[in-house]
Design a protein around this ligand. Structure first.
Ligand code: NAP
Length: 237
């Protein structure tokens, strides 16, 4: 299974590309510019030492967002809210009908020149629900990774920690993204409910920005208590 990171040249997407490729996934970094996508892929391959013959890692390649979307069955979209609608319009015809699309967008107020610890309210209720309004009906949408620090993802010397909170209406799609999360050592995932929970989830990025400011750090995250481990929820049948 190959994974496209739409906007993978940026902080969050590039960090995810590094961690997923290190976990054995074949990652395609997408960009509005094919050249920037390829440059980022070369940088990732250098950082990971891919091609050194270890054989235990995945691969990283780079291309345009449209070609990355067309080539993959799983897409993680990591773009700023200011450009999110434009990006989905650009890839909507390329997304495979069976693909799982995981949106990581947080509607931070930086989109309108305001601080990153403030948020906007998209018309549809959340950024991922805005994406749903743009993508073909039936697209298998998940939202997640809003509470995973780009700084931490890119710092390969340090293991990850905490839980990735995932929401969406398609349980299998959430489990697909959860399986990707499990490729990253020490990172867990929690099914937090339907897609509309993104109205809360996306805003947690702003909470973490505020915590980072207060404590003078850059990689605050979330872990849920109440269970030894989370992941796939028990069947209700
Ligand atoms: N950074 C974090 O720690 C973090 C944590 C949790 C969630 N998030 C969320 O993840 C998303 C990505 O964050 P990021 O920090 O990676 O963002 P970023 O570095 O500013 O942007 C990511 C990529 O998106 C593309 N892009 C930038 N501006 C754009 C625009 N106006 N229109 C369309 N595409 C644009 C660029 O790729 P090309 O120029 O190559 O196309 C850029 O490299 C955001 O919604 C953010 O809120 C970030």
């Amino acid at each position: 299974m190959s994974v496209a990171i739409i906007g993978g040249t940026g902080d969050e997407g590039f960090g995810l590309a590094l961690r997923l490729a290190r976990g054995g996934e074949d990652v395609v970094i997408g960009s509005r510019s094919e050249e920037r996508g390829q440059d980022a892929a070369h940088r990732a391959a250098d950082l990971l030492g891919l091609g050194s013959g270890s054989g235990s890692r995945g691969s990283v390649s780079g291309t345009s967002n449209e070609d990355a979307a067309a080539a993959c069955d799983v897409l993680v979209v990591t773009v700023p809210f200011a450009g999110q609608a434009e990006i989905y319009k650009s890839i909507r015809d390329a997304v495979r009908p069976t693909a799982v699309v995981c949106d990581a967008t947080s509607p931070l107020a930086t989109a309108v020149g305001r601080p990153a610890w403030q948020v906007l309210t998209p018309w549809e209720g959340s950024a991922v629900e805005q994406a749903k309004a743009i993508l073909p009906s039936g697209t298998r949408l998940v939202a997640g990774f809003h509470t995973v620090s780009a700084e931490r993802l890119q710092n390969l010397e340090h293991p990850m920690e905490g839980d990735v909170l995932l929401c969406g209406g398609d349980g299998e799609a959430k489990a697909t993204i959860g399986a990707l999360v499990e490729k990253v050592p020490d990172l867990g995932w929690v099914d937090v409910g339907p897609l509309s929970m993104a109205r809360i989830l996306e805003r947690l990025t702003a909470v973490l920005v505020s915590v980072n400011r207060t404590y003078g750090i850059r990689d605050a995250g979330f872990s849920l208590t109440g269970r030894d481990s989370w992941g796939q929820p028990p069947s209700k049948a």
